[in-house]
Design a protein around this ligand. Structure first.
Ligand SMILES: C[S@@+](CC[C@H](N)C(=O)[O-])C[C@H]1O[C@@H](n2cnc3c(N)ncnc32)[C@H](O)[C@@H]1O
Length: 254
């Protein structure tokens, strides 16, 4: 038998014995085409990082998928989810407390600086005298708040005051990100800067700081790329020279 005939025979036998899985073949092709197409779209956006002065998003990526900085915030909260328990406080909404604390949370308060937020259970400006009792919360989740606060020292002292002894503050702040003047953002935080801000109230030994991101994801964050446009290993490589999100866990001494 020639080599050509042998190949034809093998193809025929393959086709004949593959009968049971033949209905799956169109499904497989559809999946393959869809995957290749979405890979092409990802490639297109990745290429756009290097061209043109306009960003792909002016909403920190929220209009395109999960923003990279939110992916990092979620990683941080997941890694510290065992601290999210008992009576918790979160700013503006309770989504992270509910999601990462689950059944360990017994009560949630939502704090807002003014009365414009109907979900708020506490309205207070933490840089001014307020009625919140001392030693109240087991955990405070304070994400994307410090960068809009003018008196950081007073604000952090208040967070420390209203935490129970042994209670935990989980903070996330932007370092590399778009800064929209409409949002009255005042600061960006390096890992060292966030440590300085927290240690005046919590003490050096009680503050752990971690930066998330690298030069590639930082460029993507600025240009409006989102989580699904990066591979897992690209997302999870942290280079402290290019932190996008800076997070901290601070514990109030007993
Ligand atoms: C940009 S929102 C952050 C919302 C949310 N935690 C997040 O992760 O996106 C800023 C929050 O900080 C609060 N805030 C700003 N200044 C404050 C102050 N002086 N005292 C208390 N809360 C303040 C606002 O009420 C608002 O809920």
């Amino acid at each position: 038998m020639t080599k050509g005939n042998k190949n034809i025979l093998l193809a025929y036998l393959g086709w004949k014995f593959a009968r049971p899985i033949r209905p799956l073949i169109p499904l497989f092709f559809r999946y393959w085409i869809k995957k290749s197409f979405s890979n092409l779209l990802v490639l297109k956006s990745r290429l756009k990082v290097g061209f043109g002065v306009e960003a792909l998003s002016y909403l920190w990526g929220f209009d395109r998928g999960l923003p990279i900085h939110r992916y990092y915030l979620e990683r941080f909260l997941q890694d510290n989810s065992s601290d999210i328990k008992g009576h918790c406080l979160e700013f503006q909404e309770d989504s992270y407390t509910s999601r990462f604390g689950g059944n360990a949370v017994t009560k949630i308060d939502i704090l807002h600086v003014d009365d414009s937020n109907p979900s708020a259970t506490i309205v207070a400006d933490l840089t001014k005298p307020n009625d919140i009792p001392s030693d109240l919360f087991d955990c405070i989740i304070c994400t994307h708040v410090l960068h809009v606060v003018s008196d950081l020292e007073k604000f952090v002292a208040e967070l420390h005051r209203i935490l129970k002894p042994g209670g935990v503050l989980l903070v996330g702040v932007p370092h590399i990100s778009m800064c929209d003047p409409n949002w009255h953002e005042l600061w960006r935080f390096t890992p060292e800067g966030l440590r300085v801000v927290l240690l005046s109230s919590f003490g050096d030994d009680n503050v752990e700081v971690k930066g998330y991101g690298n030069s590639l994801t930082a460029a993507g964050e600025i240009r409006g790329l989102v989580k699904h446009e990066f591979t897992q290993s690209e997302l999870d490589y942290n280079d402290p020279r290019f932190s996008i999100e800076v997070c901290a866990r601070a514990v109030k001494e007993r």
